[in-house]
Structures are given as structure tokens and as C-alpha cells.
Design a protein around this ligand. Structure first.
Ligand code: AOF
Ligand code: ZN
Length: 366
């Protein structure tokens, strides 16, 4: 495809617009749209929240608000315009009706209900369509959504806090606090961008964590919804009074059979099969995928993190490393039953940055 420098400039703006929905569009993708006519931007829009209008509709509305005529304009969209009646009517038809002359999109919609059909609606109406402009940037907006649409499983980011000697808790289980306040602030961002935060009963029993978003940067957004909290409790050890079960927002308590305890109203007991007395983590992720969760943040101790890593279910590992030495009796970051060097898990370092006195290390896990 032939794209010129103006096309790239406009698409970069559409991607910036999409980013405005970073913390609020789930379960939907983040999408931005720019309408340009005679080299003038006449409208812009982005998707804010599932159930609300899509980016294209907001951009058309914005143009009309400013008394611009959309007929003959070019639409830059970060995702193929949709073709289906979901919570909202099809954007491809709205663009046809608005009379746009050309549509440039970054990528096709991985949603099987849409993929390619949006483009054909436009082409049938004699609208010129080009796709693939800044595709890798557009894909980076929605890696979780793309993974869920193509595999049924959400994208999994595992976050852990370790000492310089790779320890996450003292032998007693004591672990608060390893990292500094700046790192903990960044964890709020990781939580706010996830659809679900997952932990295990061990962490709940030893730390009584809230696992919610408390940073006002996110709470003040009217469209922000607390991520689903997911607690794996196959041994049925979690008490109904645990903090994580008694906060605003939905919570899943995952076990293999029903507990007779009386849990708060927002807590749903979710039964998932066990394999050798352990919850089948892939089956649990499949359930989360069905629920529309694009991104899961795992914040767990060494046992559960080891389980996720050794099952090959982690896409990205984020390690906050503190300048502390916790000693050889302290617990290791991930319990992995490995013996030989050849069995070691190899990760790919993607990013390193200093956060206060800690290091933030981001790894891709294959
Ligand atoms: C677009 N523009 O801004 C978004 C799109 O239930 P609905 O009606 O909100 O539809 C959700 C689906 O629409 C979603 O799975 C994805 O395929 C597409 N999202 N499409 O043209 C947008 N957010
Ligand atoms: Zn749409």
C-alpha cells in the first residue's frame, strides 16, 4: 500500500486518540478515528467504554458539532470499522451514510464477527479502503484483545516484587514492603489497565491485600470500572472477612467445589477443574476469556507464579527489583521444579527502567 507522510501523521494522531481510552474500553478494544478533508482535521473521536459509541461515530458527531460536512472526507481509523450489530450499530454503515470518500485503517478487526466484513461493506459502497498503516503501533494498543479474539485466552502479565537476591518474602511469609512507593504507584497503573487481577489464597492469608485500584488518577475517570478480582482458593482457606472479598467491584473465588461459607454479595464462587489438586489454570483463563477479560494481571506468590510460568501461560513478566538482600532462607520468586541448566526458563528482556530506588524489568515470556 502507498501511504504518504500526511497519512502517517494523521494515523499517529488517531493512535493517540485511541490511547485516551486506555483504562476504560475493556472488554472492547481501544480505537481512535480522525476525519480529514482538504488537509484539515474536521472531526476526531475515540472509543471510551463498552456500550458507548465507537470511535468512528464519535468522530462523525464531532465533525457535525463543528458544522463540518463529512461527505468526501478521509477517515483514519486504528481498527477496521465494525460490521455487526453489537451493543452499538455497525460503524462501516455509518461511514457509508456519512459519505466518506476513503477509509485508511491500521489493522483488520481480529473479532471473527467483523474481520474483513467491515472492509467489504465499505468497498461495496465504492469507498476506497487501505489497511496496514502503522499496524504494529495499532496492535500494541490492543494486545490483550487481539490475543483473546484469536485464542480465547486473555493476555497474562505477571508482576512480582523481589529483592536483589530474587526473594519475595521472608520464610514466615512476611513481604511488606519490598519495593518503594514509586514502584507501588506503578503497580496501580498495571492494575488499572487490567480487566482482572488474579492472586492466590497464600497471598490473601499472609498479606490480606486489597488488590484494587486506589490511585485517584484512575478513579476520577467517570468511565473507570474496578478490575475483576480473582482469588484462587482450592483449599478453601480464605475467610469471608478477607479484605479482597469486601471491596467495591466483582470478585471471583475460584475453587473446585462449593464452599458453604457465606461470602459477600459481590463474590461469585467459580468452579474450575483441578489437575493433581491444583486449579487448572488454563481452564480458569478460558473462563476469564469468555467473560470478556482481555488482560489479566497475576500478583501472586512463588507457588502460583511458578504454576503460571511452568504452564506457559504468562505473556509478560514485570519484576520490580529492590536494593535489598533478604537472605537464603527467604522465599524464591517462582517455584519451578527444575534440576538441570538445560531446563532453565529463558526470558527475553524488553525494557529496563529505574523507578525510585527500584528497577522495573519487563520480560517477554515465550
Ligand atoms: C469499531 N470502532 O471504536 C470499536 C470497535 O458491542 P459493541 O457494539 O460495542 O461492539 C464491540 C466490537 O466492535 C468489538 O469486539 C470490536 O470487534 C469492535 N470494536 N469497532 O469499529 C470502535 N471499539
Ligand atoms: Zn464500530
Amino acid at each position: 500500500m502507498n501511504f504518504n507522510a500526511d497519512d502517517s501523521r494523521y494515523m499517529a494522531r488517531a493512535i493517540q486518540l485511541a490511547r485516551r481510552g486506555w483504562f476504560t474500553t475493556r472488554t472492547n478494544p481501544r480505537v481512535g478515528c480522525l476525519l480529514v478533508k482538504d488537509n484539515i482535521v474536521i472531526g476526531q473521536g475515540w472509543h471510551e467504554k463498552a456500550g458507548l459509541p465507537h470511535a468512528e461515530i464519535n468522530a462523525i458527531f464531532d465533525a457535525h458539532q463543528q458544522n463540518h460536512e463529512v461527505e468526501g472526507a478521509t477517515a483514519y481509523v486504528t481498527l477496521e470499522p465494525c460490521s455487526h450489530h453489537g451493543k452499538t450499530p455497525p460503524c462501516a454503515e455509518a461511514l457509508v451514510q456519512a459519505g466518506v470518500r476513503k477509509v485508511i485503517c491500521s489493522m483488520l478487526d481480529p473479532n471473527p464477527k467483523v474481520s474483513g466484513r467491515g472492509v467489504s461493506i465499505l468497498e461495496k459502497a465504492n469507498i476506497e479502503v487501505q489497511s496496514g498503516l502503522m499496524e504494529s503501533e495499532a496492535r500494541a494498543l490492543n494486545s490483550g484483545f487481539i490475543k483473546r479474539m484469536t485464542t480465547g485466552l486473555p493476555r497474562v502479565v505477571a508482576k512480582t516484587a523481589v529483592s536483589l537476591d530474587g526473594r519475595t518474602a521472608m520464610a514466615s511469609g512476611e513481604s511488606q514492603w519490598i519495593t518503594g512507593p514509586e514502584a507501588r504507584k506503578q503497580v496501580q497503573t498495571l492494575r488499572a489497565e487490567a480487566g482482572a487481577i488474579l492472586t492466590g489464597s497464600g497471598t490473601v492469608l499472609s498479606d490480606n491485600p486489597a488488590m484494587n485500584v486506589r490511585d485517584s488518577r484512575y478513579l476520577q475517570n467517570q468511565h473507570f470500572v474496578q478490575p475483576l478480582r480473582v482469588v484462587i482458593d482450592s483449599g478453601q482457606r480464605v475467610n469471608p472477612t478477607a479484605k479482597i472479598l469486601n471491596l467495591d467491584g466483582d470478585c471471583w473465588l475460584v475453587n473446585s467445589r462449593r464452599s458453604t461459607n457465606d461470602f459477600p454479595g459481590n463474590v461469585r464462587q467459580k468452579h474450575v477443574n483441578t489437575v493433581k489438586d491444583r486449579i487448572d489454570l488454563k481452564a480458569l483463563l478460558t473462563e476469564l476469556g469468555k467473560e470478556g477479560i482481555n488482560d489479566v494481571l497475576v500478583e501472586a506468590g512463588g507457588e502460583l507464579l511458578g504454576g503460571f510460568l511452568s504452564s506457559g501461560l504468562v505473556d509478560e513478566l514485570v519484576v520490580f527489583m529492590a536494593p535489598k538482600l533478604m537472605g537464603s532462607d527467604a522465599r524464591a520468586m517462582a517455584e519451578l521444579p527444575l534440576v538441570k541448566m538445560s531446563e532453565a526458563m529463558n526470558l527475553e528482556l524488553r525494557d529496563v527502567r529505574q523507578v525510585g530506588q527500584d528497577l522495573k524489568l519487563t520480560y517477554r515470556v515465550d
